[in-house]
Design a binder for this molecule. Structure first.
Ligand SMILES: O=C(O)CCC(=O)C(=O)O
Ligand SMILES: [Fe+2]
Length: 395
């Protein structure tokens, strides 16, 4: 592979002005993929898949209306709570990596992220029963079973509707992710259900290992946040990364900061557009499709002198934890249509990215839970020290 050719012109530096990346979810009808509007949706999706791998989705149930307003009401009330109340649901209390991470406690590419957030997973009232060897860390290959367990919520008298709003968002987002996965199957030209089976998992009747994560996030302005001095030389809200999973559905407040790397490695803005969410492909799509589908490198710039905090709600679907990718999609499983898009846009050269290729690819033949586990262990060393001291990395 050679390097990318020089861009034809200094194109717009914002995804908002690139209409190819504006998709209308109302166009997509999984029951009638051959209709004119479904075909229009699939054609745009194909462009986004082989292009930036990042697109605006209008008219999804998360894009606008009372659900979005209710969520941002909960988000702003939660982050307005005193630190002590937020800390009552600290992620360090949860062996399942669920809960609040304070400002500056998370890292990306070994650098502090200037944000605070709450992590959630699928609702599960109880942790999974595990064997003694699993609990004591001798059964290394099943560490990922620890990812299943209860969430932590603040009570309704502190933030009215906190748990209900998060659970409803989770439910709607799962449906959108399933609908989009069906659209990706059409866009790739693979058999219906071929990719959906990965998110259902082997144990699909019970759905015990189906998996997704959600975060409510704040990027606060100011030199001091919750008594923590901000690194004056850093603007890293979250550092350059590719999401590790399947599909990310990202809702943001109107404050700027999100950026995506285009195919030539230039950073472009992804401002909030009313009535939309942003969707991007996780690394497992890139993995399965041999790089045909682009998992976009993105980051958030945090501005210390911004007048308002930036909020976002990120929902990440994953293959089920017990999913095993036997092999990448074979060339003859993939349709000609998407290959033509690929040749035209990217044929013969490598995408430029600040993230190492294959950073969090699931290994073929291994359960997906292994990768999900690795990603969380890397970001949340506080949880590892408290619950899994035998895994602490000595530096
Ligand atoms: O907050 C955002 O807008 C993006 C967050 C993000 O990319 C992530 O947490 O993976
Ligand atoms: Fe991300």
């Amino acid at each position: 592979m050679t390097a990318a050719p020089a861009p034809a012109s200094a194109t717009a530096d914002s995804l908002a002005t690139q209409k190819t990346y504006h998709l209308d979810y109302a166009d997509w009808d999984p029951a009638d993929p051959a209709s004119a509007s479904s075909r229009r949706f699939i054609a745009s999706l194909q462009e986004a898949m082989v292009g930036h791998g990042f697109f605006y989705l209008f008219n999804s149930p998360l894009s606008h209306g009372p659900r979005r307003e209710g969520m941002y009401d909960v988000v702003s009330r939660f982050f307005a709570l005193p630190l002590e109340a937020r800390q009552r649901i600290t992620i360090d209390r949860s062996p399942h990596f669920r809960g609040y991470t304070a400002f500056g406690d998370e890292t990306t590419q070994n650098r502090q992220d200037l944000r605070d957030q709450v992590d959630f997973g699928p609702h599960a009232p109880e942790p999974l029963p595990r064997t003694r060897d699993e609990i004591e860390g001798r059964a290394e290959k099943t560490n990922w079973k620890n990812l299943i367990g209860p969430n932590q919520y603040v009570p309704d008298d502190e933030v009215p509707g906190f748990e209900r709003t998060v659970r409803q968002w989770f439910h709607e987002a799962s449906r959108v992710s399933e609908g989009l996965t069906e659209a990706v199957e059409c866009a790739l030209g693979v058999e219906r259900g071929r990719l959906g089976s990965y998110i259902k998992g082997k144990d699909h009747d019970e759905g015990r290992y189906q998996y997704a994560r959600m975060k409510i996030i704040r990027y606060p302005p100011g030199q001091q946040v919750d008594g923590v001095q901000r690194d004056a030389h850093s603007r890293q809200g979250v550092g350059a990364h590719k999401d590790s999973g399947w599909l990310t559905l990202l809702s943001t407040s109107p404050v700027d900061g999100l950026e995506v790397q285009d195919l030539h490695g230039r950073w472009i803005n992804v401002p909030y557009l009313a009535g939309s969410i942003v969707v991007n492909f996780g690394q497992q799509f890139e993995n399965l499709s041999h790089g045909l589908i682009q998992s976009a490198t993105h980051r958030v710039i945090s501005n210390p002198s911004s007048v308002a905090p930036r909020y976002s709600v990120a929902w990440f679907s994953f293959p089920a934890l017990d999913t095993v990718f036997a092999r990448p999609l074979a060339d003859d499983e993939i349709g000609d249509d998407i290959k033509r898009h690929y040749e035209r846009l990217r044929g013969g050269w490598d995408v430029v990215s600040d993230v190492e290729k294959g950073d969090l690819f699931a290994k073929f033949g291994e359960e997906f839970g292994e990768v999900a586990w690795k990603g969380l262990v890397r970001s949340h060393q506080g949880v590892v020290r408290r619950w899994y001291p035998h895994l602490v990395v000595q530096s």
